[in-house]
Design a protein around this ligand. Structure first.
Ligand code: OAD
Length: 230
């Protein structure tokens, strides 16, 4: 029974109406990473950073999973082996489609984190700098997302999955942000077949044995049907 490990990025949620980062009109074209996605930016202007994530949380709460999220949940439920989904996305669209055990390496918009004591709890719709941590009372609450300069979550577990994978797929990710950009290379080194499914060739395309280009809502369901039908 084969073990399948899947990495997803912003491209899989694009057709659900959530913007990507680096495409034309992407989030990083309209906002400076240093201002809204670093611990230093948060220390400088927590109101601005909370405002940015409050807007993204509101947008994500309106979004619905698209056929690509649904196909991956179907693969997880129907494939005879293990299917592990790792995502860089902070939305919850994989879960909304029925996927289980998704490893959110960059955290989630639905979570709040106390920068003082590390306590985690469900984020309210709007977070603000004055909010107190329900555990220690510190007014240092932040979105439970990973910023540049911070270590992504679940990394030990993810490397172990990659080293044991028979098939690794990267879906809707530009291959520009590490460590996720190195997963294809690692899985190939460990012996997995690697496939990249993206609108266009990503920066790390050479690390993949197979490529499929097109919108995720079309190419992901087709790929999943092939695997389930094989
Ligand atoms: P990017 O915005 O860098 O890349 C999105 C990729 O998806 C691009 O290669 C697009 O061509 C592709 N794409 C766009 N629409 C698509 C569609 N409908 N179907 C298939 N592919 C499509 O987003 P990520 O690679 O996810 O991290 O970005 C990685 C990390 O950088 C994010 O998690 C975030 C960001 O900075 C942090 O904030 C820490």
């Amino acid at each position: 029974m084969q073990k399948i490990v899947i990495l997803t990025g912003a491209g899989i949620s694009a057709e659900s109406g959530l913007g990507t980062f680096r495409d034309e009109d992407g989030l990083w074209v309209r906002h400076r990473i240093e201002d809204v996605a670093t611990p230093e930016g948060f220390a400088r202007d927590p109101q601005l950073v909370h405002g940015f994530y409050n807007a993204r949380r509101a947008q994500a709460s309106e979004a619905r999973p698209n056929p690509a999220h649904q196909a991956l949940a179907r693969l997880q439920q129907s494939a005879p082996g293990e299917v592990v989904i790792v995502t860089q996305n902070v939305d919850s669209l994989h879960e909304a489609a029925g996927a289980r055990g998704v490893l959110h390496m960059h955290g989630r918009l639905s979570g709040a984190l106390c920068a003082t004591c590390g306590h985690r709890w469900p984020a309210p719709a709007k977070m603000q700098p004055e909010d107190a941590c329900p555990a220690c009372g510190a007014r240092a609450t932040r979105p439970d997302v990973v910023w540049f300069g911070e270590i992504p979550h679940h990394m030990d577990e993810i490397w172990q999955h990659l080293d044991a994978a028979d098939l690794f797929a990267a879906i809707g990710t530009s291959g520009q942000v590490y460590p996720a950009a190195a997963f294809g290379q690692e899985a190939a080194r460990a012996g997995a077949h690697t496939v990249q499914l993206n609108l266009d060739p990503a920066d790390n395309a050479r690390d993949f044995a197979e490529h499929r280009h097109g919108p995720a809502s079309k190419i992901v369901p087709a790929w999943v049907e092939e695997i389930l039908g094989a």
